[in-house]
Design a protein around this ligand. Structure first.
Ligand code: ADP
Ligand code: ZN
Length: 302
């Protein structure tokens, strides 16, 4: 059995045919054109899906469905992309319906962090886990939560958006209006912003980490705070969901050991009860391909 995974991002759309073991048979990437109406862009996606199916030569009967991962907020239950900041102009796009009408196979939609969580469960770092969270620390911060073996969706499929949970109000006002959101302090964007303010000129997230590894004292203090608030967020997740593992992915997680060790140390000290403190903090296994594989995994998990 095969499924089609579609990963819609602010700059590109990846489309792949994936088998039940999580292998990608064919993949294709097209740019996300935000200058054309969303409906037209969905038409382009449909065309590309068709091309990918043709290229693989897989008969339609062997395709169990199409899974779509997209930036939130969205309405996964009704298959509507509501108004994601990363897809400007996409307002109330009934993507599931449009794609379903075109291909006459089941189509499901989930936010991209939830899809990535499903990929980690299918073939990544959480294959053995029925209770875990996947957290992506990238341009923003998002999460997907699997509880009792099921992806936790909430009312419309936006559960797990931990980027806007408050971890330390002393860090000032977030773009959402609250004070001290996780994303405002610990996302790649936030690290670059705070590092630039310390150094006095615009530097990138990677530059900030280079200064950290080179021993810049002020930057070390900043990064330690960043790691601490990531620990705070993990403890909240553990205490709320009783997870056995937290998988961390996204660009910032490439920093590696210092990040994982700091978060693990915080969790081992502060999570409630023995079980919570034993929660493992591990790197994501799938990076580039987690979007399409996770989207396809939505079909297998039905
Ligand atoms: P996206 O947010 O588009 O999904 P990524 O997951 O790659 O993309 O995250 C991008 C963020 O991660 C940026 O802020 C970038 O500066 C940061 N980043 C990427 N690679 C690294 C790295 N090796 N070390 C630290 N930060 C990184
Ligand atoms: Zn916020």
């Amino acid at each position: 059995q095969h499924a089609i995974g579609v990963d819609i991002g602010g700059t590109k759309v990846a489309i792949a045919i994936v088998d039940e073991a999580g292998n990608i048979l064919t993949e294709s990437v097209i740019p996300t054109d935000l200058s054309i109406p969303a409906i037209k862009m969905v038409g382009k996606i449909n065309n590309e899906i068709e091309q990918v199916i043709k290229r693989t030569g897989i008969p339609m009967e062997q395709l169990i469905g199409i899974g779509i991962g997209a930036p939130g907020p969205l309405d996964s239950k009704n298959g509507i992309i509501t108004s994601p900041p990363n897809l400007s102009g996409w307002i109330d796009v009934p993507i599931t319906q449009i794609v379903e009408q075109h291909f006459s196979i089941p189509v499901s939609l989930e936010n991209d962090a939830n899809a990535a969580a499903m990929a980690e469960r299918l073939i990544g770092a959480a294959q053995e886990n029925d209770n875990f969270a996947y957290i992506t620390v990238s341009t923003g911060i998002g999460a997907g939560i699997v509880a009792e073996g099921k992806l936790l969706r909430g009312l419309k499929g936006n559960a797990g958006d931990i980027g806007h949970t408050v971890v330390d109000p002393s860090f000032g006002k977030c773009t959402c209006g609250q004070y001290g959101c996780l994303e405002w302090i610990a996302s790649g964007t936030a690290i670059a912003r705070q590092g630039s303010a310390i150094i006095g000129k615009d530097i990138s997230t990677k530059d900030v980490f280079n200064l950290y590894f080179n021993g810049n004292k002020e930057i070390i203090r900043l990064i330690e705070k960043v790691f601490r608030v990531l620990g705070v967020a993990c403890v909240s997740v553990i205490n709320t969901f009783d997870t056995e593992k937290i998988v961390i992915g996204g660009g910032v997680s490439k920093v590696g050991d210092p990040l994982f060790q700091s978060i693990q140390a915080y969790v081992s000290e502060f999570a409630l009860n023995e079980t919570g403190r034993q929660t493992e903090i591990v790197p994501a296994k799938l990076e580039q391909s987690s979007g399409v594989i996770g989207a396809a995994a939505l079909c297998f998990a039905r």
